[in-house]
Unconditional design. Structure first.
Ligand SMILES: *[C@@H]1O[C@H](CO)[C@@H](O)[C@H](O)[C@H]1NC(C)=O
Ligand SMILES: *[C@@H]1O[C@H](CO)[C@@H](O)[C@H](O)[C@H]1NC(C)=O
Ligand SMILES: *[C@@H]1O[C@H](CO)[C@@H](O)[C@H](O)[C@H]1NC(C)=O
Length: 391
């Protein structure tokens, strides 16, 4: 019964396994592997296309994982990409996270070339030579589809339930211990709108936000708890004044030109809501792109963001240092909240606000109180939110 939907789902396509060693900032990065699959959508609302174009199935998804096997205590991470950004625009970040033990999943373009319609390159945007139809705009229900896939891959009966000759055996091996029922979202821009609606429960309200949510249904673990543990949303947000359920974390992260993320932070209610503003970086600071490869640090087919400084400059190494930080922060907030890891809690409370990469940080001891044991007395008399502003 749990695998019923999988009868509608098939996998094809090439698997490219490329071993890469991510350059971790903290030394002990695990070697990582990558695998691409083609996922036939069981839910036709799993993606939306820019404009009014219909959903395309299958969607290519790319998996990043430590070759020695994912850490079964960690949630897996779904990358919710921004509008007109490819899943592979976040490769550096996704490799960093994989090198820390995570399985990370990103949807990539689903048409290698623009489809022809009536003999014309129907979807190609002549102005900027970007193939608009090749971007996956995720709706929440794509997470349902990927969850179903991972549930099958991690099942002892996976070969019988879903013979996947295309997936390499060593990839199967590295993924077999993934806890499919524990999920964290890393989101950028438009992906952040979806991520926040998933956390708040807005996606399950009938008739709500279909464009954003599709036919998303809450994913629960064996104990009936919500499988979603939280989200790190980079310059992406839903409505103001939302309430995040107890036991979930939400971090609004932003580059140096953005005010909205802080405004959303100020009005969001919940147990563990945090805000981190990077000392440098614009709307695309979470992507691989920097001015050496794309003018003004912008994913090539994405929009200019009006609040960004068009003359923003950064170098490739500074860009990588920022993404290393985003990966370390994400890892820490996950370990502190999901695993009650004390070292991670201490990193969040002490190292993050003092990092030279951080302009402003609002970190909350409420997020990590269970991990702090001895330290909890010490911070009890401090304000709940520590705020450090560096110029
Ligand atoms: C998803 O939602 C749409 C629109 O609400 C509906 O027409 C469709 O039947 C649903 N699909 C599935 C698989 O439930
Ligand atoms: C958020 O709240 C803080 C503290 O009240 C305030 O200083 C800051 O200006 C607010 N930010 C925004 C963008 O509203
Ligand atoms: C985006 O901004 C850059 C820098 O100001 C400019 O050169 C470019 O023409 C802009 N592109 C669009 C589509 O507005």
């Amino acid at each position: 019964m749990p695998f019923k939907r999988l009868t509608l789902l098939w996998l094809t396509g090439a698997v490219a396994l490329s071993a890469a060693v991510a350059q971790g900032a903290h030394g002990k990065a695990l070697p990582t592997g990558e695998s691409s699959l083609s996922l036939e959508l069981s839910d036709q609302t799993a993606t939306q296309s820019s404009g009014k174009m219909p959903t395309r199935s299958p969607v290519n998804i790319k998996l990043f994982y430590p070759t020695q096997g994912v850490d079964p205590d960690l949630p897996w991470i779904m990358m919710m990409n921004g509008a007109n950004c490819y899943g592979q625009d976040y490769t550096y970040l996704l490799r960093q996270l994989a090198s820390k033990g995570y399985l990370t999943v990103a949807p990539t373009q689903f048409h290698p070339a623009p489809p022809m319609q009536d003999g014309k390159d129907f979807f190609k945007d002549q102005a900027d030579h970007c193939d608009k139809d090749s971007f996956v705009i995720i709706t929440a229900s794509l997470v349902n589809d990927v969850h179903n896939l991972l549930k099958t891959l991690s099942s002892s009966d996976s070969q019988r339930l879903l013979p996947i000759p295309q997936i390499q055996l060593d990839a199967m091996d590295a993924l077999k211990n993934v806890d499919s029922d524990s999920i964290v979202l890393v989101a950028h821009s438009a992906g952040g709108v979806t991520a926040v609606d998933m956390l708040t429960g807005k996606c399950e309200e009938k008739g709500e936000a279909e464009q954003v949510c599709g036919n998303y249904t809450t994913i629960t673990d064996r104990k009936g708890r919500n499988a979603l543990k939280g989200a790190v949303a980079f310059e992406g947000y839903g409505a103001s004044g939302v309430q995040i359920p107890d036991g979930m974390f939400l971090t609004y992260m932003a580059g140096q030109y953005n005010d909205q993320a802080e405004e959303k932070f100020n009005t969001t209610k919940g147990d563990c809501i945090q805000y981190v503003e990077l000392a440098a970086g614009n709307h695309y600071a979470i992507t691989d792109w920097n001015p050496d490869t794309a003018p003004h640090q912008k994913a090539p087919c994405a929009a200019n963001i009006s609040h960004d400084d068009p003359n923003f400059k950064t170098t490739e190494s500074e860009q990588e240092e920022r993404i290393d930080f985003i990966a370390s922060y994400t890892d820490a907030v996950v370990r502190a909240t999901v695993l009650n890891d004390q070292t991670a809690a201490s990193y969040l409370l002490h190292d993050v606000p003092n990092s030279h990469l951080v302009r402003k940080a609002k970190v909350s001891s409420k997020c990590v109180v269970a991990s702090l044991h001895d330290e909890s007395k010490q911070i009890a008399h401090k304000p709940e939110q520590q705020s450090v502003t560096q110029v």
